[in-house]
Design a binder for this molecule. Structure first.
Ligand code: TYM
Length: 354
């Protein structure tokens, strides 16, 4: 099997209401990944956002807000490549080629489409249906080897792996003929894990914390003020029992499990370690401790986001710089893909250059 250089890619949709689930399940882990000796690319996926209706003026603001959240959380745009998807045309271009690789049956199995389209499926956009194929293109335009995401993205990443595998198999002769050995695309590794891979609603521990929950009390937004954060945690649904001293005791207690998971992720420790300190404690003790921790972790991010969004020119410059660097990588992939697929293209092929 061909060896691929480690490269990390992930994306966040600019659809408003960036919340604690996005932060703990994704953005905080993006920051941690920067310590690895690998190029990281973090993308604001605006092409994905328009698979459902977005008000154009609001969308522009949301793209800048997610970028600000990346930077405020600690993503360093000099070290990582930070950009918005629509500035790099290769994503959409590769998605088309992958549309011709992916099978209808694969997409028909995607549970997120079924959830998002709901009962009115006939009225969903084709883009919403095709969403996971564009995701595969995002990742594979950079031949990314590792993708940190929350648990809800697992099935989409399996589809990415299937598309890479099928492309490698369908074009194996051409891939070898163009000097890429036995595989052109890596079989990407999803990085799903930690205590907050699936942060649940504060109002219902069986439902995912989500941007689209009609109740704002169900989630902590990254832009919430300290008072609001503390109040939402105080009001979070719980059960009447004290916290258990063992993780096994969290089974069938979804709200308790969720709050312990949030504490663990914010503190950078495990659920076991949280219960070592709080086992036997009532929620009247645990909730204020969690609220303090959440406020100390999140308030500085919200403050920095406000500072950054006040200067859209700076954010746009970061995105433009990132897009330029991203495109340099993606254009090489697309040139190679076009040669492999058999297209005639402008300029010397990579093989001729070599
Ligand atoms: P989005 O914007 O819906 O979510 C961004 C990230 O947040 C994670 N997440 C959660 N993690 C834990 N608990 C939750 N309640 C929770 N809610 C959301 C998501 O898993 C995700 O990691 N389709 C992607 C965006 C995307 C992408 C990509 C990701 C487009 N192309 C390529 C990786 C690679 C999404 O879910 O965005």
């Amino acid at each position: 099997m061909a060896a691929f250089t480690e490269l990390v890619f992930s994306g966040v949709q600019p659809t408003g209401n960036l919340h604690l689930g996005n932060y703990l399940g994704a953005v905080k882990r993006f920051v941690e990944m920067q310590a690895r000796d690998a190029q990281c690319l973090y993308c604001v996926v605006d092409l994905h956002a328009i698979t459902v209706w977005q008000d154009p003026e609001a969308l522009r603001g949301q793209i800048r807000e997610v970028t600000a959240a990346f930077l405020a959380s600690g993503i360093d745009p000099a070290r990582s490549i930070v950009f918005n998807q629509s500035q790099v045309p290769q994503h959409a271009e590769l998605a088309w080629i992958f549309n011709c690789v992916a099978r209808l049956g694969w997409l028909n199995r995607m549970t997120q489409f079924k959830e998002k389209a709901g009962k009115d499926r006939e009225n969903a956009s084709i883009g919403l249906y095709d969403y996971p194929v564009l995701m595969a293109a995002d990742i594979l335009a950079y031949r990314a080897t590792h993708v940190p995401v929350g648990e809800d993205q697992k099935q989409h990443l399996e589809l990415t792996r299937d598309i890479a595998q099928k492309f490698n198999t369908d074009f194996s002769g051409s891939i070898a003929a163009h000097g890429h050995g036995d595989a052109f695309f890596p079989i990407t590794e999803p990085l799903i894990g930690g205590p907050a891979a699936r942060v649940m609603s504060l109002r219902d521990g069986t439902k995912k914390m989500s941007k689209s929950d009609p109740s704002d009390n169900a989630r902590i937004n990254l832009t919430d003020e300290a008072d609001t954060i503390a109040q939402k945690i105080r009001r979070a649904k719980t059960d009447p029992e004290p916290l258990p001293s063992e993780v096994a005791g969290l089974k069938d207690r979804p709200e308790a499990d969720n709050l312990v998971g949030i504490y663990a992720a914010l503190a950078g420790i495990t659920r076991e370690e949280v219960l070592r300190d709080f086992g036997g404690a009532q929620f009247s003790t645990f909730k204020p401790a969690l609220a303090d921790l959440a406020v100390t972790s999140l308030a500085p991010i919200a403050g920095e986001m406000r500072r950054l969004t006040a200067d859209p020119g700076h954010i746009d410059a970061v995105l433009a710089d990132g897009a330029g660097r991203a495109e340099t990588i993606a254009a090489q992939t697309l040139d190679a893909v076009k040669d492999i697929v058999g297209f005639v293209r402008r300029g010397p092929s990579l093989q001729a250059v070599r």
